[in-house]
Design a protein around this ligand. Structure first.
Ligand code: UDX
Length: 439
């Protein structure tokens, strides 16, 4: 049997699973993607991506044509596969900080009766440490001839294809050599590129993912804390970030001060990590993450304070244009989006908020139907008392401040992402304010 004779299944076809399925198919494997949502499956089966991710739409369409890739709602279709990737979501639970493991548990349960001898279940979802071991024990009861490994995924939305096909490392948590060998076969084309391979035990592999996301969240909140100090002391956080970033021990990535992190990963991962540490009796070790979360949420309030200060503290009936709804550019994901949260809070305070986003309007409308949405930047800013830049889409850096000046009522712009060219806006007569910059 050659490596490519290995057949794969991918359970859960959201951002992670759909990307993984299409990418594995592009490496030459036969892949079946399974999801419980018939609408999503129907779209994928027609080669249509149910969400926006640069490059993935074309890849999906190509792979569907290749005949190697298929999607279904029927869990028994995994029976032919040798390796099964679990890519379902682990959202924050409704009643606390912990992760909701319902989907992971039911995914493993749903495929277990169909597993053939020697098959390997590989978890990719982000889970609290200890989950893999207990899932492995459960699996062994139903399918004693199968095994379970963990293989955390580090892909960033907006770079999902690139991060999957050329990751900066591959981490596998395995209980024995055989599982590692199987995973090495699956990832051979990626390993051949010189990608670092890290073998870990099951708990360490789960921890790697949450540790990485906690570190990233810490970096962002660190620079946002510095932004607060800069505001108090009359400094400029963008200059500070640039200056400390030249130290290679610090590095200049993830030091962009602004309204903070959001999305389907960072916020819920640090919270779930705290909850799990408490269960393990290591609560104190992660107390600092509570502060990271607090700094992050405070950034949203700080921008609202700046808006209030510009509009004489009375938001009633004031027209505010919000540029950006998604939690980051090059994505249509609005999960825990700081931009949308701020828009909703301003709206609740009586402002008339109009939101623009290049890709996220429909998902945003589904979440906040009462906000106003505009299809173009010009429509969004028309007659506005103030413009807020909240997601750093390239389109917004290309706005000509001279041209849109004639559309607004007041030439006031607040840059919540520290990405716009301050001098350019000021030259065009705008009052320009940003987080962490007093000037
Ligand atoms: C993150 C991790 O980066 C990725 O490795 C993991 O697999 C999933 O979670 P993602 O959620 O796609 O990826 O977003 P990321 O690029 O990490 O950005 C998260 C948030 O932080 C965004 O809201 C972004 O705007 C914000 N951010 C990022 C900042 O505010 N400042 C920065 O300097 C960097």
């Amino acid at each position: 049997m050659t490596v490519m004779d290995l057949k794969l299944s991918v359970v859960g076809c959201g951002y992670l699973g759909a990307t993984h399925a299409a990418c594995m198919s592009s490496l030459g494997f036969t892949v079946v993607g399974v999801d419980t949502d018939p609408e999503k499956v129907a779209q994928l089966q027609n080669g249509i991506l149910p969400f926006y991710e640069p490059g993935l739409d074309t890849l999906l369409a190509e792979e569907m044509k290749s005949g190697r890739l298929s999607f279904t709602t029927d869990f028994s279709s995994v029976a032919n596969a040798d390796v099964h990737f679990i890519c379902v979501g682990t959202p924050q639970s409704k009643d606390g900080l912990a992760a909701d493991l319902t989907y992971v548990k039911s995914a493993v349960k749903a495929i277990a009766p169909h597993l053939k001898t020697g098959s390997l279940v590989v978890g990719k979802s982000t889970v609290p440490v200890g989950t893999a071991q207990s899932l492995r024990e459960e699996l062994m009861k139903i399918a004693p001839e199968a095994d379970l490994a963990w293989n955390p995924e580090f892909l960033r939305e907006g770079f999902a294809v690139e991060d999957t096909l050329t990751p900066n490392r591959l981490v596998v948590g395995v209980a024995n050599d055989l599982a590692e060998e199987v995973l090495k076969k699956v990832y051979k084309p990626i390993l051949d590129l010189g990608t670092p391979w890290i073998r870990a035990d099951l708990p360490t592999s789960e921890l790697v993912k949450v540790a990485a996301n906690s570190f990233l969240a810490t970096k962002i909140s660190f620079i946002n804390a510095m932004a607060e100090v800069c505001e108090a002391a009359g400094g400029d956080v963008t200059v500070l970030a640039k200056a400390i970033g030249y130290d290679p021990r610090i590095g200049n990535k993830f030091l962009q001060a602004g309204i903070g992190f959001g999305g389907g990963c960072l916020p819920k991962d640090i919270r779930a990590f705290m909850a799990r540490a408490e269960e393990l009796g290591a609560k104190q070790a992660l107390e600092f993450l509570r502060e990271i979360d607090a700094i992050n949420l405070r950034a949203r309030l700080r921008v609202i304070d700046v808006v209030r200060s510009e509009l004489s503290d009375d938001l009633t009936g004031r027209k505010i244009a919000v540029l950006g709804a998604t939690f980051k550019p090059d994505s249509d994901d609005v999960r825990d989006s700081p931009a949308l949260d701020i828009a909703a809070q301003l709206n609740a305070a009586g402002a008339l908020v109009t939101v623009h986003d290049p890709k996220g309007i429909e998902p945003a409308r589904r979440r906040f139907p009462l906000l106003q949405y505009a299809e173009s930047i010009n429509d969004a800013v028309k007659d506005s008392d103030l413009v807020l830049h909240l997601t750093e889409w390239k389109e917004y850096r290309q706005i000509d401040p001279v041209k849109i000046a004639s559309l607004v009522k007041n030439k006031i712009i607040i840059d919540g992402r520290n990405m716009l060219d301050r001098d350019l806006w000021r030259k065009a007569g705008w009052k320009f304010r940003a987080l962490g910059r007093t000037d």
